[in-house]
Design a binder for this molecule. Structure first.
Ligand code: ADP
Ligand code: MG
Length: 249
């Protein structure tokens, strides 16, 4: 087998809430550079699994490896430092800061980890240059001085992507990036994800199967806390077990 080592790997993950197992023995391998979808009905455990991977939730059992590091018991901030960042479901935007200020704050968060690089006076100009190039990458360069709360929904999402990119993640976890969006915005954000994924790995929860088909290399199907199926989109869609549990047909 010549397949690359997974950049993110989970074995036997369990998360119990009281006597209820929201995640019940999940194995997951995410290949470096891939866009990997996590799908499944409501309540399947997708968000809880993201919470485990980012170490927001403590594990009840299992092991998580990120880029060769065992992160099973690592603090969330250390996971970010190791290169895995969650975006979207909880807004990372400060509503009363401008677009530029939002990205600058995110950049400071990253450079703050690097004490040799972070020299306040000298680096302010460098930070703004980097912030501007991130705003350009998501098409917000002309709105740099606009307060975030005044941006349209789609542009807030673009700004969230810019703040995520500011952390220079190897792995981006996106929980329903298209939730609540009109079709036109879905297409814009889908294109943005394809544009910014270069050299990065994306694991995304997504309900829109058209988006999954267009964007994703691999699909893992979760139901009742367990993996039902894993494979390419067509393979997974054709699986009768998936049809029954996911589509409910
Ligand atoms: P999904 O994101 O796939 O819709 P979730 O991971 O949000 O599913 O939820 C999976 C199950 O775990 C649901 O039944 C939900 O009610 C339950 N659950 C999630 N978080 C908690 C919690 N903090 N305490 C108790 N039950 C929870
Ligand atoms: Mg969810």
């Amino acid at each position: 087998d010549t397949a690359a080592q997974p950049i993110l790997s989970a074995r036997g993950l369990v998360k119990s809430f009281g006597g209820f197992k929201a995640v019940d023995g999940v194995d997951l391998d995410v290949a470096p550079g891939s866009i990997h979808a996590l799908i499944g009905p409501n309540g399947a455990g997708k968000s809880t699994l993201f919470g485990l991977l980012t170490r927001f939730h403590t594990l009840s059992a299992g092991k998580i490896t990120l880029d060769g590091h065992d992160i099973s018991h690592t603090k969330p901030a250390e996971v970010v430092r190791l290169g895995m960042v969650r975006s979207f479901q909880i807004s990372a935007i400060f509503p009363h800061l401008t677009a530029l200020e939002n990205v600058r704050v995110a950049l400071q968060r990253r450079h703050g980890f690097d004490r040799q690089f972070w020299k306040p006076v000298a680096s302010l100009r460098a930070l703004d240059a980097e912030a501007m190039s991130l705003l350009e990458a998501v098409g917000l360069q002309d709105l740099r001085d606009h307060v975030a709360v005044n941006l349209s929904y789609g542009r807030k999402r673009a700004l969230e992507i810019a703040t995520t990119l500011a952390l220079d993640p190897k792995v981006m976890l996106l929980d329903e990036p298209m939730a609540g969006m009109a079709a036109a915005d879905v297409a814009v954000v889908a294109e943005l994800i394809l544009k910014v994924r270069k050299g990065r790995t994306v694991l995304m929860v997504e309900h829109n199967l058209g988006v999954v088909e267009d964007l994703c290399d691999r699909v893992t199907v979760l139901a009742r806390g367990r993996v039902l199926a894993e494979g390419g989109f067509d393979e997974v869609r054709a699986d009768p077990v998936v049809k029954e549990a996911y589509i409910g047909a």
